[in-house]
Ligand binder design. Structure first.
Ligand SMILES: [Zn+2]
Length: 308
């Protein structure tokens, strides 16, 4: 099984003290519908100034897809998946809700971390996250991916469009955000749950009535004892190769970053064929009773160890 090639970078059982084993999943998040990526306060699309590429230092603005936004959607997606799989497998329905009612007993809580907010007499330990997100940047400069959405007022009496209320920017369909999800000291089952989550998560819109649909394609996997690459480095490297956005291109970039690693002999860049096979195998795994029982038992073991 191709997935077995990742075994040296996985842990048998998740533990409160985190080791160095790191897996980075490289993905292209492609926008499928007009998407407003903004923070609630400013109502502006998040943009940031970066160099154009690794080879061209000229400053440009890029749309920024905050790591916290990616994480929020994917954490909920995993929760939904666990709840539905649990009901289907005949388990007690999962009672775990973001962000004030985390159960701290399910694989989502074990992976994404959680804080107990109940102020009972017994102090319950928090869980530290082992999945990390970085802000992703649009491959192309903001000027090339933005569209202006104009809002008009309709006059009730005449049903004619009145004066324009204003203009708001969104990111247009087919915009690509190269992105990295980093897993630290995760188990085989957690890896499966994360990949399934990345494949099935879709709606990232800040406002549900304005698009926000995206598709994640997993285009690379690198494993080692450290983080190999950040989303910004990935984007700047890919800009120079934007005519060939493929798994081969990503693997070539990751190979070169091996030179900067602290433990290069521990590092493995998987080929696009291996990555495709791994993703295929994960998709085929069924979240049945046995899988869930074992995954929840792992979390129970983690909590037991935490109690000491
Ligand atoms: Zn939970």
């Amino acid at each position: 099984m191709s997935l077995d090639m990742l075994t040296p970078y996985l842990v048998e059982i998740a533990r409160p003290i985190i080791g160095a084993k790191t897996i980075q999943v490289i993905l292209f998040r492609e926008v499928l519908d007009y998407t407003v990526l903004r923070t609630e306060e400013t109502r502006e699309v998040n943009t940031v100034v970066t160099p154009l590429s690794i080879s061209i230092g000229k400053d440009v603005r890029r749309a920024a897809f905050l790591g916290s936004k990616q994480k929020a959607v994917e954490s909920r997606e995993l929760e939904r998946m666990l709840r539905t799989a649990g009901v289907e497998a005949g388990l007690v329905e999962l009672q775990c809700h973001l962000k004030d009612n985390l159960c701290l007993k399910c694989p989502r809580c074990a992976l994404f971390g959680g804080t107990n907010v109940e102020s009972g007499s017994e102090k319950i330990a928090n869980i530290k996250h082992r999945i990390e997100y970085g802000t992703a940047f649009s491959l192309l400069p903001f000027e090339e991916v933005r569209v202006a959405l104009t809002f008009n007022a309709i006059n009730d009496k005449t049903q004619k469009t009145g004066q324009a209320l204003g203009t708001r920017y969104a990111v247009r369909p087919s915009t690509v955000f190269p992105s990295v999800v980093t897993l630290k000291s995760v188990t085989h089952k957690e890896l499966i749950l994360v990949i399934k989550t990345l494949l099935s998560a879709r709606n990232y819109g800040a406002e549900t009535r304005i698009g926000g649909d995206m598709r994640n394609s997993i285009v690379g996997i690198v494993a080692g004892w450290e983080e190999m690459i950040t989303p910004l480095e990935l984007t700047l490297e890919l800009y120079d190769r934007r005519e060939d956005l493929s798994g081969d291109t990503v693997a070539g970039i990751l190979d070169r970053y091996q030179a900067y690693a602290g433990n290069p002999n521990k590092l493995k860049v998987f080929t696009p064929e291996q990555v495709d096979l791994m993703v295929e195998q994960v998709a085929e795994v069924s979240l049945d009773r046995r899988f869930l029982d074992e995954a929840y038992a792992d979390v129970a073991q983690y909590r037991l160890e935490q109690k000491g």
